[in-house]
Design a protein around this ligand. Structure first.
Ligand code: MF3
Ligand code: CO
Ligand code: CO
Length: 259
């Protein structure tokens, strides 16, 4: 069952999503060469608390950290540790907060100080794939239209999409129906309706699409050890332009597509 949000739900969900976006921005700006991922998680925890919110991840299926921090070949769900990020690393930050009973879920990959051209391109293609997908999140389309746009953008740029993890509905729970894959399959896909709130989140690899799980039970890494990027926004489907709930820009983000 896909839960449609009412205007009243959205009065709570909008601030929750803005808060997630704010914390993500703050963490991204705070990262410097030499900080450990534990310090990054502690900083995020402090910011979430400062706003009177809670991490949506801590304790979710016993997840032990406040945000997900995935470095280089780590795809998603990286755990905080003593590892220190270095100049040239790329770090995927995924922030989920609960506020006023609703969840905002948003992610971004950032370079630590700077990075090589291939990593920059990986991040740019992944972010643009998210924009391409979001632009299709309009009532009357299907979920598969989002998936198809993401996959096409990624693969036409010679990169690969991860299959094992997908976007999702989000609201009072972090993972609601429908699933929003970053690739198309032959399964019938639901029609989009105004009031659906979706976390759209391409995970894109430099090398092969295959991933594996580390022994810690959480960290997902690429099988070939090449790098991965992840961008995510929570969006509200409407009859016209989608509302990007976790976007902080005052003017609505222009969805320039088809590049
Ligand atoms: N934020 C992730 C997502 O985008 C889910 C993280 S679950 C956790 O769906 F347990 F790892 F936190
Ligand atoms: Co997320
Ligand atoms: Co998500």
């Amino acid at each position: 069952m896909i839960i449609l949000k009412t205007e009243r739900d959205l009065e709570a969900m909008r601030p929750a999503c803005q808060l997630a976006g704010t914390v993500l921005d703050e963490v991204a700006a705070w990262i410097q060469p030499g900080v450990s991922t534990r310090e990054i998680d502690d900083y995020a925890a402090g910011r979430i608390k400062h706003y009177g919110a809670k991490s949506a991840f801590l304790g979710y299926r016993k997840y032990p950290c406040h945000i997900c921090i995935s470095v280089n070949e780590q795809v998603v769900h990286g755990l905080a540790s003593d590892r220190r990020v270095q100049f040239g690393d790329i770090v995927s930050l995924d922030v989920g907060v609960v506020h006023l009973g609703f969840i905002g879920d948003t992610a971004r990959t950032v370079a630590v100080g700077g990075c090589d051209a291939a990593a920059q391109r990986l991040m740019d293609v992944t972010e643009q794939a998210l924009l391409e997908g979001m632009a299709r999140a309009v009532a009357g389309n299907r979920v598969a239209d989002i998936s198809e746009a993401i996959q096409r953008h990624v693969e036409s740029n010679g990169l690969t999409v991860v299959r094992e993890f997908v976007g999702h509905g989000v609201g009072r729970s972090m993972h609601e129906e429908p699933q929003v894959p970053n690739f198309t399959d032959r399964k019938p896909s639901p029609k989009l309706r105004a009031g659906m709130t979706l976390a759209i989140e391409p995970m894109v690899n430099e090398g092969g699409a295959a991933v594996r799980l580390l022994k810690d039970g959480w960290t997902v890494v690429t099988q070939d050890g090449k790098r991965s990027a992840h961008f995510e926004h929570t969006v509200l489907v409407t009859e016209s332009e989608p509302e990007i709930l976790t976007c902080l820009e005052k003017a609505p983000l222009r969805l320039r597509v088809g590049s």
